[in-house]
Ligand binder design. Structure first.
Ligand code: AMP
Length: 542
């Protein structure tokens, strides 16, 4: 017997439509590229996003087409998202920190038809546009009087394009499993892979994120959304904010401690979310300036493990609760959140801290288990570590274009590439990583790409890259080189060689030379042995 309820597709356009009906007056504050602050409301955002939808449709964009964005967190970026998603086009967010070669690969792989670009990134795109085969029009996200003299193909100012639109546009009216957003992750081996969100998965994640045991937000909050919109939907906040009605504040390009503090203070932000590196910069600024955080209630920290010092300092110096979260681009992204459950509420501070520093418990829409190399489930005893597997309605079942083949096991579990333990209370703790990538300041560095680039050096016989702990960036790369017989080269010749071939921020912090790089039984470089060998190496950049 079927239930007798209405068929109401969970499409993301409904989120902004609800904001327009329920709380049109709530504000959206953006720091622009030139540092100035602009203000709009969800009501205005809805009207403008619909005009933009209509303009895009007039220019031939249709259901299923991919459109790229390279932009900071700001209101125009959000209007672009809702304009595209509203009529079923796919919003493809790109990380501006990618090396131009990766950028070309990703845009061509996605087949983006149009591209929205913030003023900051116009020069970057001008350099690569001849290789972006599918893009026929670039939209520069600025006012008409800021429009640069650009060689970008069919460049049009955002406001000029928007003025082409009218309100004669239909939002929604398609299946909730329709593709909605596309975000490539470099957190896998080989080329970056596209995670393709659906309207349903985004809607479910947005609702989940708002829940009290998740991000715990409501219409009385003001959120400083630092986590970038080009990284896993800004942890669902781009949807959760208009859904719940919380005011939204976006820092644009300025994420230094002083600029973040200024927005937290001037907009009286009550919650925020960002990677540990951002919070370290803020805490340093607060210590130097002596400023406090009277309005901030909670900050969500994830993307990398939250250092104990950050949590303690927020607690003790500023009275701000830190909520540690874990997730992945492939998990939309919230996978676990660490909050103190009632059974632990009476524990002393230090013991509670040890739970809060774990990555935490999965929300309702995520299931989690740990397994050994033969896929046998391991006990949740808080001691045994294994490969962390997840499944749920907001977790990828394949990558865009079928890259990587079948990514689920026979029971539908996705291997996260993280190694973790789960304690008897259900709190997950990451203990290691089986995927061979380095996370620096919340973004990935591919050890394989770095190794391959270094291997081009004429004196290199073999190269290996491992991540070592760094207090500001969490991890930074160490390049280990075995030279060819009889050849000589020093670290600076490798640095010179790598310059221009890799993104600047990928440059290894240290380059060391060894007589022999260790190999495992299958002939592959043994990163495990190298990690052991260099565990006491302190990076010279610390
Ligand atoms: P991404 O897909 O770029 O968001 O990266 C996801 C990966 O970042 C995870 O698989 C983890 O390796 C790492 N990660 C995310 N959050 C945390 C956290 N709280 N603690 C440790 N590692 C994390």
């Amino acid at each position: 017997m079927q239930g007798m309820m209405q068929d109401w597709q969970l499409t993301c356009d409904r989120i902004l439509t609800r904001a327009k009906i329920s709380h049109p007056q709530r504000v959206v504050v953006s720091r622009q590229v030139d540092g100035s602050i602009t203000r709009t409301t969800y009501g205005e955002m809805y009207d403008r996003a619909r005009l933009l939808s209509s303009a895009l449709i007039k220019r031939g964009i249709k259901l299923g087409d991919r459109v790229g964005t390279m932009a900071w967190n700001n209101a125009r970026h959000m209007e672009t998202w809702y304009a595209l998603m509203g009529f079923g086009a796919v919003c493809h967010t790109l990380n501006p920190r990618l090396h131009p070669d990766q950028l070309k690969y990703i845009v061509n792989h996605a087949g983006d038809a149009m591209f929205f670009v913030d003023l900051t990134f116009v020069p970057l795109l001008e350099k690569v546009q001849k290789d972006l085969k599918s893009v026929h029009t670039y939209v520069v996200m600025c006012e008409p009087d800021q429009m640069p003299n650009t060689s970008l193909k069919n460049a049009v100012c955002f406001e000029t394009l928007l003025a082409e639109g009218d309100d004669n546009v239909v939002w929604g009216d398609f299946d909730e499993n329709t593709a909605c957003g596309l975000c490539y992750t470099s957190g896998t081996t080989g080329n970056p892979k596209g995670v393709l969100y659906s309207h349903r998965s985004n809607t479910l994640m947005a609702m989940t994120a708002a829940m009290p045991d998740t991000m715990n937000v409501n219409g009385s909050d003001t959120c400083l959304m630092v986590v970038p919109m080009f990284h896993a939907n800004a942890w669902a906040l781009t949807f959760t904010a208009p859904m719940t009605g919380m005011n939204l504040v976006m820092p644009g390009p300025m994420m230094d401690g002083a600029s973040i503090y200024e927005l937290l203070e001037s907009e009286k932000c009550t919650m925020s979310a960002a990677v540990p590196t951002v919070w370290l910069m803020l805490l340093n600024y607060l210590e130097e300036s002596g400023n406090k955080l009277p309005h901030l209630r909670e900050v969500v920290i994830g993307g990398s493990a939250c250092p104990r010092a950050i949590m303690e300092t927020f607690d003790k110096e500023y009275g701000v609760k830190v909520i540690h979260a874990w997730g992945m681009t492939e998990t939309s992204p919230l996978g676990t959140v660490s909050r103190i459950e009632p059974e632990l509420a009476d524990l002393p501070y230090d013991e509670q801290l040890s739970y809060r520093l774990k990555q935490g418990k999965p929300p309702y829409i995520v299931e989690m288990s740990i397994v050994d190399e033969d896929n046998n489930e391991l006990p949740s005893d808080g001691k045994t570590s294994g490969r962390l597997m997840v499944r749920g309605p907001a977790i990828s079942n394949a990558y865009f274009g079928g890259d990587g083949g079948n990514i689920l096991d026979k029971d539908g579990w996705f291997d996260t590439g993280d190694v973790a333990s789960i304690d008897p209370m259900g709190y997950m703790q990451i203990t290691d990583r089986s995927k061979d990538v380095i996370k620096s300041g919340g973004e990935w560095i591919s050890s394989i790409d770095l190794e391959n680039a270094a291997l081009g050096h004429p004196a290199a016989a073999e190269c290996a890259v491992i991540g070592l702990p760094h207090p500001k960036w969490d991890e930074r790369p160490l390049l280990i080189v075995q030279l060819k017989e009889g050849m000589k080269a020093d670290a600076s010749s490798f640095r010179d060689f790598l310059t221009g071939k890799i993104a600047k921020w990928w440059m290894p912090d240290d380059i060391v030379f060894v007589d022999e790089i260790p190999h495992g039984p299958t002939g592959k470089i043994s990163k495990l042995d190298l990690r052991k060998q260099f565990k006491d190496h302190v990076l010279s950049t610390i």
